[in-house]
Design a protein around this ligand. Structure first.
Ligand code: FAD
Length: 487
Protein backbone atom coordinates (compact mmCIF):
# COMPACT_ATOMS: atom_id res chain seq x y z
CA UNK A 1 0.00 0.00 0.00
CA UNK A 2 1.08 3.57 -0.56
CA UNK A 3 3.11 5.30 2.10
CA UNK A 4 2.36 8.84 0.96
CA UNK A 5 -1.39 9.42 0.72
CA UNK A 6 -2.53 13.08 0.69
CA UNK A 7 -3.02 14.81 4.05
CA UNK A 8 -5.86 13.40 6.11
CA UNK A 9 -6.20 10.31 3.97
CA UNK A 10 -5.10 7.00 5.38
CA UNK A 11 -3.03 4.56 3.45
CA UNK A 12 -2.27 1.54 5.61
CA UNK A 13 -5.46 -0.25 4.64
CA UNK A 14 -7.46 -0.29 1.42
CA UNK A 15 -10.61 1.83 1.23
CA UNK A 16 -14.03 0.27 0.78
CA UNK A 17 -14.96 3.17 -1.50
CA UNK A 18 -13.26 6.11 -3.19
CA UNK A 19 -15.48 8.65 -4.96
CA UNK A 20 -13.76 10.83 -7.57
CA UNK A 21 -15.42 14.25 -7.89
CA UNK A 22 -17.15 16.46 -5.33
CA UNK A 23 -20.07 17.81 -7.36
CA UNK A 24 -23.62 16.94 -6.38
CA UNK A 25 -23.23 13.58 -8.18
CA UNK A 26 -20.23 12.47 -6.11
CA UNK A 27 -21.47 13.87 -2.81
CA UNK A 28 -24.91 12.33 -3.07
CA UNK A 29 -23.51 8.94 -4.16
CA UNK A 30 -21.32 8.87 -1.05
CA UNK A 31 -24.23 10.06 1.11
CA UNK A 32 -26.60 7.34 -0.07
CA UNK A 33 -23.93 4.65 0.06
CA UNK A 34 -23.10 5.46 3.71
CA UNK A 35 -26.81 5.68 4.52
CA UNK A 36 -27.46 2.24 3.00
CA UNK A 37 -24.50 0.88 4.96
CA UNK A 38 -26.07 2.11 8.20
CA UNK A 39 -29.58 0.97 7.28
CA UNK A 40 -28.35 -2.51 6.43
CA UNK A 41 -26.62 -2.68 9.84
CA UNK A 42 -23.36 -3.61 8.16
CA UNK A 43 -21.29 -2.91 11.26
CA UNK A 44 -18.06 -0.90 11.53
CA UNK A 45 -18.04 2.47 9.77
CA UNK A 46 -16.79 1.82 6.25
CA UNK A 47 -13.56 3.34 4.98
CA UNK A 48 -14.76 5.77 2.35
CA UNK A 49 -13.34 9.01 0.92
CA UNK A 50 -14.38 11.54 -1.68
CA UNK A 51 -11.55 13.18 -3.64
CA UNK A 52 -12.16 16.59 -5.25
CA UNK A 53 -9.49 18.34 -7.27
CA UNK A 54 -10.75 21.89 -6.63
CA UNK A 55 -10.34 23.77 -3.37
CA UNK A 56 -14.11 23.79 -2.86
CA UNK A 57 -16.90 21.25 -3.23
CA UNK A 58 -19.89 21.64 -5.52
CA UNK A 59 -18.54 21.34 -9.08
CA UNK A 60 -21.00 23.29 -11.20
CA UNK A 61 -23.02 24.34 -8.14
CA UNK A 62 -21.36 27.51 -6.87
CA UNK A 63 -23.18 30.44 -5.23
CA UNK A 64 -21.36 33.80 -5.15
CA UNK A 65 -22.13 37.09 -3.47
CA UNK A 66 -21.42 40.39 -5.20
CA UNK A 67 -21.08 43.20 -2.61
CA UNK A 68 -22.50 46.51 -3.87
CA UNK A 69 -21.54 48.78 -0.94
CA UNK A 70 -24.00 50.08 1.74
CA UNK A 71 -24.36 46.47 2.87
CA UNK A 72 -26.27 45.59 -0.31
CA UNK A 73 -25.35 42.54 -2.34
CA UNK A 74 -26.45 40.32 -5.19
CA UNK A 75 -26.63 36.56 -4.99
CA UNK A 76 -25.20 35.04 -8.16
CA UNK A 77 -25.35 31.38 -9.11
CA UNK A 78 -22.46 30.42 -11.37
CA UNK A 79 -24.30 27.22 -12.32
CA UNK A 80 -27.77 25.94 -11.47
CA UNK A 81 -30.22 28.30 -9.80
CA UNK A 82 -33.04 25.86 -8.99
CA UNK A 83 -34.38 22.32 -9.21
CA UNK A 84 -37.47 20.96 -10.88
CA UNK A 85 -40.19 20.00 -8.42
CA UNK A 86 -41.81 17.32 -10.56
CA UNK A 87 -38.64 15.20 -10.30
CA UNK A 88 -38.67 15.07 -6.50
CA UNK A 89 -35.32 13.46 -5.59
CA UNK A 90 -33.52 16.79 -5.07
CA UNK A 91 -36.38 18.20 -3.02
CA UNK A 92 -36.48 15.09 -0.84
CA UNK A 93 -32.72 15.22 -0.25
CA UNK A 94 -32.88 18.91 0.69
CA UNK A 95 -35.64 18.14 3.19
CA UNK A 96 -33.76 15.14 4.58
CA UNK A 97 -30.70 17.36 5.11
CA UNK A 98 -32.76 19.83 7.15
CA UNK A 99 -33.00 22.49 4.43
CA UNK A 100 -36.82 22.47 4.31
CA UNK A 101 -37.13 25.92 5.89
CA UNK A 102 -34.73 27.41 3.31
CA UNK A 103 -36.72 26.23 0.29
CA UNK A 104 -38.11 29.10 -1.78
CA UNK A 105 -40.56 29.06 -4.65
CA UNK A 106 -40.41 31.24 -7.74
CA UNK A 107 -41.74 34.72 -6.96
CA UNK A 108 -45.24 35.94 -7.87
CA UNK A 109 -43.67 38.13 -10.57
CA UNK A 110 -42.24 35.13 -12.40
CA UNK A 111 -45.23 34.28 -14.52
CA UNK A 112 -44.37 34.67 -18.17
CA UNK A 113 -41.73 33.72 -20.67
CA UNK A 114 -41.12 35.48 -23.99
CA UNK A 115 -39.35 34.63 -27.21
CA UNK A 116 -37.17 37.09 -29.15
CA UNK A 117 -37.20 36.44 -32.89
CA UNK A 118 -34.60 39.02 -33.88
CA UNK A 119 -37.15 41.81 -34.28
CA UNK A 120 -39.49 41.76 -31.30
CA UNK A 121 -40.38 39.84 -28.17
CA UNK A 122 -43.53 37.77 -28.22
CA UNK A 123 -45.21 36.03 -25.35
CA UNK A 124 -44.50 32.32 -24.94
CA UNK A 125 -47.88 30.58 -24.98
CA UNK A 126 -49.56 29.70 -21.71
CA UNK A 127 -51.18 26.33 -20.96
CA UNK A 128 -48.27 24.40 -22.44
CA UNK A 129 -45.95 21.67 -21.21
CA UNK A 130 -42.46 22.08 -22.72
CA UNK A 131 -44.07 24.16 -25.45
CA UNK A 132 -46.69 21.48 -26.24
CA UNK A 133 -50.16 23.03 -26.11
CA UNK A 134 -52.59 21.45 -23.68
CA UNK A 135 -55.63 22.33 -25.81
CA UNK A 136 -56.60 23.51 -29.31
CA UNK A 137 -57.16 26.98 -27.81
CA UNK A 138 -53.65 27.11 -26.37
CA UNK A 139 -52.34 26.32 -29.85
CA UNK A 140 -54.52 28.87 -31.63
CA UNK A 141 -53.54 31.64 -29.19
CA UNK A 142 -49.80 31.17 -29.76
CA UNK A 143 -48.11 34.37 -31.00
CA UNK A 144 -45.12 32.35 -32.20
CA UNK A 145 -46.71 30.38 -35.02
CA UNK A 146 -48.10 31.16 -38.46
CA UNK A 147 -51.65 30.05 -39.30
CA UNK A 148 -50.21 27.33 -41.49
CA UNK A 149 -48.05 25.98 -38.63
CA UNK A 150 -51.10 26.01 -36.34
CA UNK A 151 -53.17 24.12 -38.90
CA UNK A 152 -50.51 21.39 -39.20
CA UNK A 153 -49.94 21.15 -35.43
CA UNK A 154 -53.71 20.98 -34.77
CA UNK A 155 -53.73 17.56 -36.47
CA UNK A 156 -51.33 16.11 -33.86
CA UNK A 157 -54.01 14.13 -31.98
CA UNK A 158 -54.73 12.31 -35.26
CA UNK A 159 -51.08 11.63 -36.17
CA UNK A 160 -50.40 7.94 -36.64
CA UNK A 161 -46.70 7.84 -35.60
CA UNK A 162 -46.09 5.22 -32.90
CA UNK A 163 -44.36 6.04 -29.61
CA UNK A 164 -41.77 3.33 -30.42
CA UNK A 165 -38.81 2.74 -28.14
CA UNK A 166 -35.66 3.18 -30.23
CA UNK A 167 -33.90 6.45 -29.54
CA UNK A 168 -34.58 9.44 -31.77
CA UNK A 169 -33.77 13.13 -31.53
CA UNK A 170 -36.20 15.28 -29.57
CA UNK A 171 -36.51 17.53 -32.63
CA UNK A 172 -37.39 14.67 -35.01
CA UNK A 173 -39.84 13.11 -32.52
CA UNK A 174 -41.77 16.37 -32.17
CA UNK A 175 -41.48 17.35 -35.82
CA UNK A 176 -43.09 14.03 -36.81
CA UNK A 177 -46.15 15.00 -34.82
CA UNK A 178 -46.38 18.81 -35.01
CA UNK A 179 -44.42 19.89 -38.10
CA UNK A 180 -41.13 21.76 -38.41
CA UNK A 181 -42.26 25.34 -37.95
CA UNK A 182 -43.97 24.47 -34.69
CA UNK A 183 -40.80 22.83 -33.36
CA UNK A 184 -38.42 25.58 -34.49
CA UNK A 185 -40.56 28.50 -33.33
CA UNK A 186 -42.12 27.18 -30.13
CA UNK A 187 -40.21 24.22 -28.68
CA UNK A 188 -36.62 24.72 -29.80
CA UNK A 189 -36.01 28.07 -28.06
CA UNK A 190 -37.24 26.64 -24.75
CA UNK A 191 -35.35 23.33 -24.89
CA UNK A 192 -32.15 24.94 -26.17
CA UNK A 193 -32.36 27.27 -23.17
CA UNK A 194 -32.67 24.32 -20.80
CA UNK A 195 -30.20 21.86 -22.32
CA UNK A 196 -27.71 24.08 -24.25
CA UNK A 197 -28.14 21.46 -26.97
CA UNK A 198 -29.13 21.05 -30.60
CA UNK A 199 -32.57 19.42 -30.36
CA UNK A 200 -32.06 17.68 -33.70
CA UNK A 201 -29.13 15.80 -32.09
CA UNK A 202 -30.50 15.54 -28.55
CA UNK A 203 -31.51 12.07 -27.34
CA UNK A 204 -35.19 11.73 -26.45
CA UNK A 205 -34.58 8.62 -24.31
CA UNK A 206 -31.93 10.37 -22.18
CA UNK A 207 -33.36 13.84 -21.76
CA UNK A 208 -37.12 13.71 -22.19
CA UNK A 209 -38.35 10.10 -21.91
CA UNK A 210 -41.55 11.48 -20.37
CA UNK A 211 -42.66 12.68 -23.81
CA UNK A 212 -42.67 9.13 -25.14
CA UNK A 213 -44.54 7.94 -22.02
CA UNK A 214 -47.10 10.71 -22.56
CA UNK A 215 -47.65 9.57 -26.12
CA UNK A 216 -47.91 5.91 -25.11
CA UNK A 217 -50.45 6.67 -22.41
CA UNK A 218 -52.63 9.25 -24.16
CA UNK A 219 -52.11 8.49 -27.86
CA UNK A 220 -51.39 12.22 -28.37
CA UNK A 221 -48.90 14.66 -26.86
CA UNK A 222 -51.52 17.41 -26.71
CA UNK A 223 -53.81 15.15 -24.69
CA UNK A 224 -50.83 14.19 -22.52
CA UNK A 225 -50.00 17.87 -21.94
CA UNK A 226 -53.62 18.48 -20.93
CA UNK A 227 -53.49 15.64 -18.37
CA UNK A 228 -50.14 16.86 -17.03
CA UNK A 229 -51.47 20.41 -16.57
CA UNK A 230 -54.56 19.10 -14.78
CA UNK A 231 -52.30 17.21 -12.36
CA UNK A 232 -50.26 20.31 -11.51
CA UNK A 233 -51.32 21.99 -8.28
CA UNK A 234 -52.80 25.40 -9.10
CA UNK A 235 -50.28 28.14 -8.33
CA UNK A 236 -47.54 25.64 -7.38
CA UNK A 237 -44.05 26.62 -8.44
CA UNK A 238 -42.40 24.38 -11.05
CA UNK A 239 -38.94 25.11 -9.55
CA UNK A 240 -37.57 25.61 -6.08
CA UNK A 241 -34.31 27.06 -4.89
CA UNK A 242 -32.64 27.72 -1.55
CA UNK A 243 -32.89 31.11 0.14
CA UNK A 244 -29.11 31.50 0.43
CA UNK A 245 -28.35 29.86 -2.88
CA UNK A 246 -27.88 26.38 -4.29
CA UNK A 247 -24.52 25.96 -2.54
CA UNK A 248 -26.62 25.38 0.60
CA UNK A 249 -27.22 21.84 -0.66
CA UNK A 250 -23.49 21.29 -1.14
CA UNK A 251 -22.64 22.78 2.26
CA UNK A 252 -25.18 20.53 3.98
CA UNK A 253 -23.80 17.43 2.24
CA UNK A 254 -20.26 18.60 3.02
CA UNK A 255 -21.07 18.87 6.75
CA UNK A 256 -22.73 15.42 6.84
CA UNK A 257 -19.79 13.86 5.00
CA UNK A 258 -17.00 15.96 6.53
CA UNK A 259 -15.03 12.96 7.81
CA UNK A 260 -14.82 11.58 4.32
CA UNK A 261 -14.38 14.59 2.05
CA UNK A 262 -11.01 15.84 0.77
CA UNK A 263 -10.54 18.86 -1.48
CA UNK A 264 -7.40 19.78 -3.46
CA UNK A 265 -6.87 16.11 -4.28
CA UNK A 266 -6.47 15.70 -8.03
CA UNK A 267 -6.80 12.11 -9.21
CA UNK A 268 -4.75 11.37 -12.32
CA UNK A 269 -5.33 7.68 -12.92
CA UNK A 270 -7.24 4.61 -11.86
CA UNK A 271 -5.49 1.29 -12.42
CA UNK A 272 -6.86 -2.22 -11.78
CA UNK A 273 -4.44 -4.45 -9.85
CA UNK A 274 -3.82 -8.18 -10.15
CA UNK A 275 -5.34 -8.76 -6.67
CA UNK A 276 -8.67 -7.14 -7.69
CA UNK A 277 -7.94 -3.84 -5.93
CA UNK A 278 -8.04 -0.51 -7.75
CA UNK A 279 -5.00 1.79 -7.45
CA UNK A 280 -5.94 5.47 -7.47
CA UNK A 281 -3.00 7.78 -8.26
CA UNK A 282 -2.93 11.46 -7.36
CA UNK A 283 -1.19 14.35 -9.08
CA UNK A 284 1.18 14.77 -6.10
CA UNK A 285 2.53 11.27 -6.73
CA UNK A 286 0.62 9.58 -3.91
CA UNK A 287 -1.53 6.50 -4.36
CA UNK A 288 -4.41 4.84 -2.53
CA UNK A 289 -6.16 1.51 -2.98
CA UNK A 290 -9.86 0.71 -2.96
CA UNK A 291 -12.31 -2.11 -3.56
CA UNK A 292 -14.70 0.23 -5.35
CA UNK A 293 -14.22 3.52 -7.17
CA UNK A 294 -17.04 5.77 -8.37
CA UNK A 295 -16.13 8.12 -11.22
CA UNK A 296 -18.34 11.22 -11.22
CA UNK A 297 -16.16 13.57 -13.28
CA UNK A 298 -17.30 14.84 -16.69
CA UNK A 299 -16.47 12.26 -19.40
CA UNK A 300 -13.38 14.09 -20.82
CA UNK A 301 -11.88 14.03 -17.29
CA UNK A 302 -12.77 10.34 -16.90
CA UNK A 303 -10.94 9.62 -20.18
CA UNK A 304 -7.76 10.99 -18.61
CA UNK A 305 -8.16 8.72 -15.57
CA UNK A 306 -7.97 5.59 -17.74
CA UNK A 307 -5.59 6.87 -20.40
CA UNK A 308 -2.60 5.07 -18.88
CA UNK A 309 -4.20 1.80 -17.75
CA UNK A 310 -7.01 1.16 -20.24
CA UNK A 311 -6.59 3.30 -23.37
CA UNK A 312 -9.53 1.68 -25.23
CA UNK A 313 -11.81 2.64 -22.31
CA UNK A 314 -10.33 6.14 -22.27
CA UNK A 315 -11.26 6.62 -25.91
CA UNK A 316 -14.83 5.55 -25.21
CA UNK A 317 -15.09 8.22 -22.49
CA UNK A 318 -13.48 10.77 -24.79
CA UNK A 319 -16.12 10.16 -27.47
CA UNK A 320 -18.89 11.79 -25.39
CA UNK A 321 -19.40 15.30 -26.80
CA UNK A 322 -19.41 18.41 -24.59
CA UNK A 323 -19.92 22.13 -25.16
CA UNK A 324 -18.60 25.20 -23.37
CA UNK A 325 -21.23 27.46 -21.86
CA UNK A 326 -21.36 30.48 -19.61
CA UNK A 327 -23.50 33.24 -18.25
CA UNK A 328 -23.20 36.98 -17.80
CA UNK A 329 -25.01 38.70 -14.94
CA UNK A 330 -25.94 42.31 -15.70
CA UNK A 331 -27.28 44.55 -12.92
CA UNK A 332 -29.46 47.54 -13.87
CA UNK A 333 -31.22 50.33 -12.01
CA UNK A 334 -34.91 49.48 -12.07
CA UNK A 335 -35.73 52.95 -13.41
CA UNK A 336 -33.41 52.50 -16.37
CA UNK A 337 -34.73 49.17 -17.60
CA UNK A 338 -38.44 48.83 -18.21
CA UNK A 339 -39.33 45.18 -18.74
CA UNK A 340 -42.64 43.65 -19.80
CA UNK A 341 -44.66 43.01 -16.66
CA UNK A 342 -44.31 39.55 -15.09
CA UNK A 343 -41.72 38.37 -17.63
CA UNK A 344 -39.02 36.32 -15.96
CA UNK A 345 -37.26 34.96 -19.02
CA UNK A 346 -36.66 35.64 -22.69
CA UNK A 347 -35.72 32.79 -25.02
CA UNK A 348 -33.91 33.45 -28.30
CA UNK A 349 -35.04 31.91 -31.54
CA UNK A 350 -32.15 29.99 -33.04
CA UNK A 351 -31.92 32.42 -35.96
CA UNK A 352 -32.07 35.58 -33.80
CA UNK A 353 -28.79 37.50 -34.31
CA UNK A 354 -27.77 37.52 -30.65
CA UNK A 355 -24.80 36.33 -28.65
CA UNK A 356 -27.28 35.08 -26.06
CA UNK A 357 -29.25 31.84 -26.02
CA UNK A 358 -31.62 32.88 -23.25
CA UNK A 359 -32.09 35.51 -20.60
CA UNK A 360 -33.42 35.09 -17.06
CA UNK A 361 -34.73 38.00 -15.02
CA UNK A 362 -33.07 36.62 -11.90
CA UNK A 363 -34.43 39.36 -9.61
CA UNK A 364 -37.98 38.35 -10.61
CA UNK A 365 -37.46 34.58 -10.65
CA UNK A 366 -36.50 34.38 -6.95
CA UNK A 367 -36.85 37.06 -4.31
CA UNK A 368 -33.80 38.45 -2.56
CA UNK A 369 -31.33 37.99 -5.42
CA UNK A 370 -30.59 41.75 -5.78
CA UNK A 371 -31.66 44.99 -4.02
CA UNK A 372 -35.27 46.08 -4.67
CA UNK A 373 -34.23 49.14 -6.66
CA UNK A 374 -32.41 46.98 -9.23
CA UNK A 375 -33.05 44.42 -11.95
CA UNK A 376 -30.62 41.54 -12.18
CA UNK A 377 -30.49 39.78 -15.55
CA UNK A 378 -28.61 36.58 -16.34
CA UNK A 379 -27.68 36.00 -19.98
CA UNK A 380 -26.68 32.47 -21.08
CA UNK A 381 -24.23 32.01 -23.94
CA UNK A 382 -22.41 29.19 -25.76
CA UNK A 383 -23.74 25.63 -25.97
CA UNK A 384 -24.37 23.71 -29.18
CA UNK A 385 -26.35 26.52 -30.78
CA UNK A 386 -23.91 29.39 -30.43
CA UNK A 387 -20.52 27.79 -29.71
CA UNK A 388 -18.63 30.86 -31.03
CA UNK A 389 -19.97 32.99 -28.19
CA UNK A 390 -18.16 30.80 -25.65
CA UNK A 391 -14.87 31.78 -27.30
CA UNK A 392 -15.46 35.54 -26.87
CA UNK A 393 -13.18 37.38 -24.45
CA UNK A 394 -14.51 38.96 -21.27
CA UNK A 395 -14.38 42.44 -22.82
CA UNK A 396 -16.21 41.23 -25.94
CA UNK A 397 -18.96 39.69 -23.80
CA UNK A 398 -19.21 42.82 -21.63
CA UNK A 399 -19.77 44.76 -24.86
CA UNK A 400 -22.06 42.36 -26.71
CA UNK A 401 -24.40 41.24 -23.94
CA UNK A 402 -25.69 44.72 -22.91
CA UNK A 403 -26.16 45.50 -26.62
CA UNK A 404 -28.31 42.36 -27.02
CA UNK A 405 -30.29 43.27 -23.91
CA UNK A 406 -30.86 46.82 -25.15
CA UNK A 407 -32.04 45.53 -28.55
CA UNK A 408 -34.34 42.89 -27.08
CA UNK A 409 -36.12 45.32 -24.75
CA UNK A 410 -35.80 48.42 -26.94
CA UNK A 411 -33.91 50.43 -24.31
CA UNK A 412 -30.55 52.18 -24.13
CA UNK A 413 -29.80 51.38 -20.48
CA UNK A 414 -26.31 50.29 -19.48
CA UNK A 415 -25.67 47.83 -16.62
CA UNK A 416 -24.06 49.06 -13.39
CA UNK A 417 -22.19 45.76 -12.99
CA UNK A 418 -21.40 42.80 -15.22
CA UNK A 419 -20.08 39.50 -13.92
CA UNK A 420 -19.13 36.61 -16.17
CA UNK A 421 -19.05 32.93 -15.24
CA UNK A 422 -17.57 30.52 -17.74
CA UNK A 423 -17.91 26.77 -17.77
CA UNK A 424 -15.64 24.77 -20.02
CA UNK A 425 -16.76 21.28 -21.09
CA UNK A 426 -19.75 21.67 -18.81
CA UNK A 427 -22.69 20.95 -21.05
CA UNK A 428 -22.80 17.22 -21.81
CA UNK A 429 -24.46 16.72 -25.18
CA UNK A 430 -26.74 13.73 -24.73
CA UNK A 431 -26.90 12.84 -28.40
CA UNK A 432 -29.10 10.11 -29.91
CA UNK A 433 -27.96 6.69 -28.64
CA UNK A 434 -26.34 8.18 -25.50
CA UNK A 435 -27.77 5.63 -23.03
CA UNK A 436 -26.72 2.70 -25.24
CA UNK A 437 -23.20 4.13 -25.39
CA UNK A 438 -23.14 4.45 -21.59
CA UNK A 439 -24.35 0.82 -21.25
CA UNK A 440 -21.60 -0.35 -23.64
CA UNK A 441 -19.03 1.66 -21.72
CA UNK A 442 -20.17 0.17 -18.40
CA UNK A 443 -19.63 -3.35 -19.75
CA UNK A 444 -15.97 -2.48 -20.23
CA UNK A 445 -15.36 -0.92 -16.83
CA UNK A 446 -12.93 -2.83 -14.61
CA UNK A 447 -14.60 -4.74 -11.74
CA UNK A 448 -15.34 -2.35 -8.89
CA UNK A 449 -15.52 0.83 -11.01
CA UNK A 450 -18.92 2.55 -11.15
CA UNK A 451 -20.20 5.71 -12.84
CA UNK A 452 -22.45 8.41 -11.44
CA UNK A 453 -23.18 12.06 -12.13
CA UNK A 454 -24.49 14.16 -14.96
CA UNK A 455 -22.14 12.88 -17.64
CA UNK A 456 -23.76 9.49 -17.91
CA UNK A 457 -27.44 8.95 -17.12
CA UNK A 458 -28.41 12.13 -15.39
CA UNK A 459 -29.23 15.51 -16.95
CA UNK A 460 -29.85 17.98 -14.11
CA UNK A 461 -29.58 17.85 -10.33
CA UNK A 462 -32.69 15.76 -9.54
CA UNK A 463 -31.56 13.11 -12.02
CA UNK A 464 -28.00 13.15 -10.55
CA UNK A 465 -29.45 12.50 -7.12
CA UNK A 466 -31.76 9.72 -8.35
CA UNK A 467 -28.79 8.17 -10.15
CA UNK A 468 -26.65 8.44 -7.00
CA UNK A 469 -29.21 6.36 -5.08
CA UNK A 470 -29.24 3.69 -7.73
CA UNK A 471 -25.41 3.62 -8.00
CA UNK A 472 -25.16 3.28 -4.21
CA UNK A 473 -27.54 0.31 -4.34
CA UNK A 474 -25.60 -1.31 -7.21
CA UNK A 475 -22.34 -0.99 -5.28
CA UNK A 476 -23.73 -2.70 -2.18
CA UNK A 477 -25.25 -5.43 -4.34
CA UNK A 478 -22.00 -5.93 -6.28
CA UNK A 479 -19.88 -6.49 -3.19
CA UNK A 480 -22.51 -8.71 -1.61
CA UNK A 481 -22.57 -10.93 -4.70
CA UNK A 482 -18.78 -10.99 -4.80
CA UNK A 483 -18.39 -11.72 -1.10
CA UNK A 484 -21.60 -12.21 0.94
CA UNK A 485 -19.81 -11.50 4.26
CA UNK A 486 -18.37 -8.11 3.15
CA UNK A 487 -19.82 -4.65 3.97
C1 FAD B 1 -24.77 27.13 -16.24
C2 FAD B 1 -25.50 25.89 -15.77
C3 FAD B 1 -26.79 25.99 -15.28
C4 FAD B 1 -27.46 24.85 -14.85
N1 FAD B 1 -28.72 24.98 -14.35
C5 FAD B 1 -29.35 23.91 -13.79
C6 FAD B 1 -30.56 24.07 -13.07
O1 FAD B 1 -31.06 25.20 -12.90
N2 FAD B 1 -31.13 22.96 -12.52
C7 FAD B 1 -30.57 21.71 -12.63
O2 FAD B 1 -31.15 20.73 -12.14
N3 FAD B 1 -29.39 21.53 -13.29
C8 FAD B 1 -28.76 22.59 -13.86
N4 FAD B 1 -27.54 22.44 -14.46
C9 FAD B 1 -26.94 21.10 -14.51
C10 FAD B 1 -26.31 20.72 -13.15
O3 FAD B 1 -25.49 21.78 -12.72
C11 FAD B 1 -25.48 19.46 -13.29
O4 FAD B 1 -26.29 18.43 -13.83
C12 FAD B 1 -24.90 18.97 -11.95
O5 FAD B 1 -24.49 20.03 -11.12
C13 FAD B 1 -23.72 18.08 -12.30
O6 FAD B 1 -23.15 17.54 -11.12
P1 FAD B 1 -22.00 16.43 -11.24
O7 FAD B 1 -21.61 16.07 -9.86
O8 FAD B 1 -22.42 15.36 -12.15
O9 FAD B 1 -20.79 17.13 -12.01
P2 FAD B 1 -19.87 18.38 -11.60
O10 FAD B 1 -20.65 19.39 -10.87
O11 FAD B 1 -19.17 18.76 -12.86
O12 FAD B 1 -18.83 17.74 -10.59
C14 FAD B 1 -17.72 16.98 -11.00
C15 FAD B 1 -16.59 17.25 -10.02
O13 FAD B 1 -15.49 16.43 -10.34
C16 FAD B 1 -14.32 17.15 -10.06
N5 FAD B 1 -13.21 16.52 -10.78
C17 FAD B 1 -13.04 16.47 -12.13
N6 FAD B 1 -11.92 15.79 -12.42
C18 FAD B 1 -11.37 15.40 -11.24
C19 FAD B 1 -10.20 14.66 -10.90
N7 FAD B 1 -9.37 14.21 -11.84
N8 FAD B 1 -9.92 14.44 -9.58
C20 FAD B 1 -10.76 14.89 -8.61
N9 FAD B 1 -11.90 15.61 -8.88
C21 FAD B 1 -12.19 15.85 -10.18
C22 FAD B 1 -14.64 18.55 -10.56
O14 FAD B 1 -13.76 19.52 -10.02
C23 FAD B 1 -16.08 18.70 -10.08
O15 FAD B 1 -16.15 19.26 -8.80
C24 FAD B 1 -26.83 23.56 -14.91
C25 FAD B 1 -25.52 23.46 -15.41
C26 FAD B 1 -24.85 24.62 -15.82
C27 FAD B 1 -23.42 24.48 -16.32
Amino acid sequence: MSSNAPDGLEHEKAYDLLVIGGGVGGLSTLYYWLKAHDEKGLGNPPRAALLEKAGVLGGKIQTHRLPLGNGDQCLLEAGPDSVLVKKPDALHLMQELGLGDQLIQTSGQAKELSVYDGKEIKQFPKQCILGIPASPDALQLSELLSDNAKAIAALEPLAQTEAGDSDISVGAFLENRFGKEFVDAQVEPLLAGIFSADIYEQSLNTTLPELRLMLEKHGSLMKGAKAALENQRAGASAFVSLRYGMSGLIDALGVRLSRHVHTNVHVVSVEPQADGMLAVHMRDGSCMFAQRVVVTTPAPGAAKLFHRSLPHLASRFASFPYCDTGSVYALYDQEALRLPENTYGVLMRRDAPTVLNALTVTSRKFEGRSPDSTILLRAFFGGARRPDAAALSGDELRGAVPKDIARIFGVSAQPKHCQIFRHSETAPQYTVGHLDRVADLEKELPAGVFLAGSAYRAPGIPACIADAKSTARSMHQWLFEKNPSSP
